[in-house]
Design a protein around this ligand. Structure first.
Ligand SMILES: C[S@@+](CC[C@H](N)C(=O)[O-])C[C@H]1O[C@@H](n2cnc3c(N)ncnc32)[C@H](O)[C@@H]1O
Length: 266
């Protein structure tokens, strides 16, 4: 599998920055009851796992990822933070080694966007869910990005990331599709809520944590590969990155919307 965002250390730092900046927006309504079994597929380096473990201290969380090194890093992070309610396993979302109906809840974040067959993945997860159990899926949508001052080059740089992810089999605009995807996978009682990150200079923590260190860092991360793929020229890309940084100045504004879907197996 070609994973657009890469597994390097810079990307791991970006994932932690993203998670810690967005904890309130994405997790304020995610709590699992005591004794419940929760599966977190595609846990990566554990950026969301920390919040899951903290918010649901008496649930048992099983976090898995296809990347052995990410699982090892996630395990280290959780142990260092002192949580004992998470266990880890290396595994592919399409071949998870668990019995049918063994989980009360599933939490999957920023993973479907990387899969060529997100509906198949959701069906695999649904098999593992008990009847009455819930799935929570969170995804971004790059088409929801707008900012002031506007910059054509910035839109082109973002679009080169969207196209690169598409060529790798993923979908950077998947957030808007959460409802139809969950529906196609056979889930019921689907509720999707948009979670907009609105950033201006009155919110310096978001300017740093989101506009610069999460979103712009992600686009900057595809510079070489998108130029090499002929999707954009160097100058336009670099002007685009400048355009994104320009939105972090005193008069700048940046907006992006995540989508959080919660659905039930009935
Ligand atoms: C953008 S990261 C998200 C990590 C974490 N959920 C978070 O929100 O920070 C996507 C993760 O999905 C994992 N992944 C991709 N395809 C997978 C598959 N088929 N099975 C399991 N994990 C997969 C990648 O290894 C990566 O760690």
């Amino acid at each position: 599998m070609k994973y657009v965002h890469g597994y390097d250390q810079r990307e791991n730092i970006r994932l932690y920055d993203q998670a810690s900046t967005l904890v309130e927006l994405l997790h304020f309504d995610t709590f699992y009851p005591a004794m419940s079994q929760v599966l977190e597929p595609g846990c990566g380096v554990g950026a969301q796992t920390i919040t899951l473990a903290r918010n649901s201290p008496h649930a048992h969380i099983i976090s898995v990822d296809i990347s052995e090194s990410s699982v090892a890093e996630a395990k280290k992070k959780i142990e260092e933070a002192g949580f004992t309610n998470v266990s880890f396993q290396q595994s592919n979302i399409f071949k998870l080694p668990f019995k049918r109906e063994s989980f009360d809840h599933i939490f999957v974040c920023f993973v479907l966007e990387h899969l060529a067959k997100p509906i198949e993945a959701l069906k695999c997860l649904k098999n593992l869910l008990k009847f009455g159990g819930t799935i929570t899926a969170i995804e971004g949508d790059h088409g929801s990005t707008y900012f002031y001052p506007d910059s054509e080059a910035a839109h082109k740089a973002i679009q080169s990331q969207v196209e690169l992810q598409k060529r790798a089999g993923g979908n950077a605009n998947i957030g808007r599709e959460l409802f139809p995807l969950l529906d196609a996978a056979g889930f019921s009682s689907i509720r999707v809520s948009p979670r907009m990150v609105y950033v201006d200079s009155s919110k310096p923590r978001l300017v740093e944590g989101f506009t610069k260190n999460t979103f712009t860092a992600m686009i900057e991360g595809v510079r070489e590969s998108s130029i090499k793929a002929g999707l954009i020229d160097e100058k336009t890309f670099d002007d685009g990155i400048k355009g994104l940084y320009r939105t972090t100045e005193t008069d700048g504004v940046f907006c992006y919307t995540f989508f959080k879907g919660i659905a039930r197996k009935q």
